[in-house]
Ligand binder design. Structure first.
Ligand code: AMP
Ligand code: MG
Length: 492
């Protein structure tokens, strides 16, 4: 690679930096510059997010911005750094990890409030271990589109501002090219940051980190006498809501290691994720996950397991183990309640009752028995009230009598709900468009041929996934046969 960083500072017009994470001190990170990439080009810019952040349109489209978001030019006021964390990977303590290819530029004051800006794939750091510090175009497009798809679905997530590409070659299973995704979030702190300081007996730093997170993101924890237990409870609750949202929309994360769990309950680190096509509860989306640890139906328990690790990491700050266990208990009620509310909304029920639990369970069973397309089932169900609409749902099932029995109990239940209210709820909770693997693949294949139109079209659709997008109906259709042969692994 022969690109040289441009030493003259760039500036985002009208934006002020306030790098709070950097105030934690050098135990928490290493300051360093991104490594430049040759011949940067735009793959896609997320104009909608730029507008939300209050970035000037003209600057965002400029050559200077392209260089900044590739890591080739440094912004005045930014304080680039890579943070250190540890984690449990696939159930095993993995020791020190850290930002091996992500570089935090700093924290901007934006129209959305303070937002950290991070470049993923911006070069090696002291935490790269054996890695090259790069991200390939394929995985960068997937992360970019999925972040915005999740946001469009109303699911807490880190966001993605843009993707830039380069002709620099990167070795994975085969040679690929490098890309950089610019991610934004109020904070990129993970469970693994806490594990790092706890397991290395750096308890003063552990306390500093916990206080930082509480003061900046969970200030209400100070209202109690046990602020750290309150933090664990608050994180458990946010995580419960996030995973309930994943389950309801049929999202598999794929690598729920504790270093990929956000302390803010945001979906983070998009790798081998997948939105379910056919409903298969045991579906494993990550080709490297040979044991199925992170299968779709295991996600809720894995989230609890990860919270338990966080609880263990926080123990040195608590009076007793009982305090931590009590804080974790909340997950066991918040998750099922949140899932029931989400599934109820998908069924068109404004509020769910105890006996709706069996209707929801039976719906899952029915879908699993015939491996029905998850997104299409829910979307079609919105028109269940008409004979034609109902027939279109019925057509998805081989087991017609099974469907008819279920439809009878569903009809009885929705007879108690106002039609307009039900229709409205279902429209807002059953997306037409999700980022199925084959759609991501189409965007990637086109981008490899320098056609970025598919990425941009998908971005627009996925940012408004509940809307009709005339002319793009085929992108809301069944996956083609070849979709089943797409293999997504940890390699990115
Ligand atoms: P992930 O599975 O992507 O969440 O990554 C796990 C750990 O490996 C993190 O510490 C990453 O920063 C690091 N990592 C993954 N890919 C690379 C790479 N190409 N270069 C350097 N570090 C990497
Ligand atoms: Mg990660």
């Amino acid at each position: 690679m022969n690109a040289v960083i441009n030493e003259s500072l760039a500036a985002i017009p009208g934006q002020a930096w306030n790098n709070r994470f950097a105030t934690l001190g050098s135990d928490f990170y290493t300051e360093l510059q991104p490594t430049p990439l040759p011949a940067p080009c735009w793959i896609s810019r997320n104009e909608a997010l730029a507008c939300e952040l209050g970035l000037q349109e003209q600057w965002f489209a400029s050559q200077e911005s392209l260089e900044v978001f590739t890591g080739n030019r440094i912004l005045e006021g930014s304080q680039p750094l890579a943070s250190v964390y540890s984690g449990h990977q696939f159930g095993q303590w993995a020791g020190q990890l850290g930002d091996g290819r992500a570089i935090l530029l700093g924290e901007l004051s934006t129209a959305l409030g303070p937002q950290e800006i991070q470049l993923k794939g911006a070069g090696a750091t002291p935490y790269s271990r054996m890695g090259d510090g790069r991200a390939v175009l394929r995985s960068s497009i997937r992360e970019y589109l999925c972040s915005e798809a999740m946001h469009g679905l109303g699911i807490p997530t880190t966001r993605a501002l843009c993707v830039t590409g380069s002709n620099a070659r990167v070795r994975r299973e085969e040679m690929e090219t490098a890309a950089v995704v610019t991610r934004t979030a109020p904070s990129f702190i993970r469970f693994g940051h806490f594990e790092h300081f706890s397991y290395s007996d750096q308890h003063q730093q552990l306390k500093t980190l916990a206080d930082y997170v509480i003061d900046n993101f969970y200030p209400r924890c100070r209202d109690t006498t046990q602020a750290y237990a309150a933090l664990l409870q608050a994180v458990s609750e946010r995580t419960a809501h996030m995973v309930a949202a994943w389950q309801a929309v049929g999202f598999c994360h794929g690598v729920m290691n504790t270093d990929n769990m956000s302390i803010l309950g945001l979906t983070i680190d998009y790798g081998p994720f997948q939105f379910l096509d056919a409903f298969d509860p045991g579906h494993i989306c990550n080709h490297s996950d040979t044991q199925g640890r992170y299968a779709y139906n295991k996600q809720p328990n894995i989230a609890y397991w990860n919270l338990f690790c966080l609880g263990q990491a926080l123990l040195p700050l608590m009076d007793s183990q009982e305090q931590a266990l009590a804080a974790l208990e909340s997950y066991k009620t918040v998750f099922p309640d949140a899932l029931q509310a989400r599934m109820g909304a998908k069924l068109g029920l404004p509020d769910t009752r105890t006996d709706d639990k069996s209707l929801i369970e039976n719906t899952f069973k029915l879908l699993a028995a015939d491996k029905v397309d998850y997104t299409i089932f829910w979307h079609r169900l919105g028109a269940f009230g008409t004979a034609q609409g109902r027939e279109a749902v019925r057509d998805l099932f081989m087991d017609r009598s099974g469907f008819d029995a279920w439809a009878l109990s569903y009809s009885e239940r929705i007879a108690q709900v106002d039609k307009g209210l039900r229709a409205d709820l279902m429209l807002k909770n059953n997306p037409r468009y999700v980022l199925r693997n084959h759609l991501g693949e189409q965007a990637i294949q086109a981008a490899k041929l320098n056609d970025f139109s598919v990425v941009n079209t998908l971005l627009t659709l996925l940012q408004a996934p509940f809307d009709e997008h005339p002319g793009h109906e085929s992108l809301a259709g069944f996956p083609p046969d070849w979709a089943a042969s797409i293999e997504i692994s940890c390699s990115s």
